[in-house]
Write a protein that binds this ligand. Structure first.
Ligand code: SF4
Length: 366
């Protein structure tokens, strides 16, 4: 089991004026100096992102945190599975903390070790003589990363899912991908599978996840029925409306969006891909993006020479990402500066070892 430190009883009142919070947070941050590195995920609120020493996606941040060997404290501005990943890759002298231990990820929580183990037992029994390779998305618990490591599989990110799927299919007869059905389907299409290929495994259905046994026997792709509650709010209709309003618009969406949305967009790609495309497209471009609002808003501010907006301007930003607030960050920094290491995310050693095996397999694909 992954273990955590004391729960976050936050003594920093939410109603302290922002200028005072900023002053206190920066003072605590300065007192910690090089012994602290702050990692900020792209979907974090602006009010905390200014404190990040390094920004990026979850895997890059975990790697960069481990490489910051001068720091014995890694503060993660992100969600729980990201802090776990940072701890998996961290150096023995480093401790990872998360300002709010309740900052989870809806998608990661669509799969848990118990239902995945049960699914694995059922599908391997139903597919005698076939080799199934389990792949988990980065957005998953440390226990699931360890599970795939122990069972010959690997982790993948939205940026390298295609490579990971090709590798898995070269190693075995079928891929069992969790927890994101949509990233799995989008990746299957990218590597040449028909749109309707694949079997969806619904963990709420006790027997074979609701899969038809004959279809299961003939498939190369088994997809866990999980989804991100932010990226599945984007629709084909929103794309049609964006094009009707501006025929020259370039629509770019994240591959956690459902397949019809990915198919209707001009491009789909990982968070890093979206950031890069906003840099590459010429001044004057009109760009509509289907991903978390905080990132889109930052891209809009970063590129004032381009018209950048969110595919759904009324979307709620990811609620769990937004649990990391300035008051909680202030509390966390002040506690660390006072010598009290709060909200530790500590993956147990055996789990860490197998999860690293799965992450190393992913790195070897590069
Ligand atoms: S945007 Fe989706 S995948 Fe990312 S942290 Fe939020 S729920 Fe998870």
């Amino acid at each position: 089991m992954s273990t955590v430190g004391p729960a976050c009883a936050i003594p920093v009142p939410e109603d302290v004026p922002t200028p005072e919070l900023l002053e206190r947070a920066w003072a605590a941050r300065a007192a910690l100096g090089d012994r602290l590195v702050i990692l900020g995920h792209h979907y974090q609120k602006h009010e905390v992102m200014d404190f990040a020493d390094i920004t990026g996606d979850s895997f890059l941040l975990a790697q960069r945190g481990a490489a910051a060997t001068q720091a014995d404290l890694i503060l993660f501005l992100g969600v729980y599975f990201m802090a776990e990943s940072a701890d998996i890759l961290s150096q023995p002298h480093q401790t990872v903390v998360l300002p709010d231990l309740g900052a989870g990820c809806h998608l990661a929580e669509c799969a848990d070790i118990f239902t995945v183990r049960d699914a694995w037992a059922q599908m391997t029994a139903a597919l005698p003589g076939k080799r199934v390779i389990p792949l988990t998305y980065m957005n998953s618990g440390a226990d699931l990363k360890a599970f795939v490591g122990e069972h010959g599989g690997a982790v993948c990110t939205s940026g390298n899912a295609e490579r990971a799927f090709r590798w898995a299919l070269s190693e075995g007869d079928a891929v069992f991908f969790f927890p994101d059905e949509h990233l799995g389907r989008n990746t299957g299409v990218r590597i040449g599978m028909p749109e309707d290929h694949g079997v969806v495994w619904d963990p709420r259905v006790a027997e074979l996840g609701g899969a038809d046994p004959a279809r299961l026997a003939g498939t190369r792709l088994i997809l866990w029925k999980g989804f991100c509650n932010v990226h599945t709010t984007f629709t084909v209709r929103q794309i049609e409306e964006a094009r009707a309003a501006d025929p020259g618009v370039r629509v770019i969406v994240h591959p956690e969006c459902p397949r019809p949305v990915g198919a209707a967009a001009d491009e789909d790609g990982s968070t890093e891909y979206i950031i890069r495309r906003c840099e590459e497209l010429p001044a004057g471009s009109s760009i509509v993006i289907g991903t978390d609002w905080n990132l889109v808003d930052r891209l809009r501010l970063r590129h004032p020479d381009k018209a950048i907006r969110c595919l759904n301007e009324h979307i709620c930003p990811c609620v769990t990402m937004n649990r990391i607030t300035l008051p909680k960050l202030t509390w966390c920094l002040e506690s660390l500066a006072a010598g009290e290491i709060v909200n530790v995310v500590d993956v147990d050693d055996d789990m860490k070892r197998w999860a690293r095996v799965a992450l190393d397999r992913m790195l070897a694909l590069a």
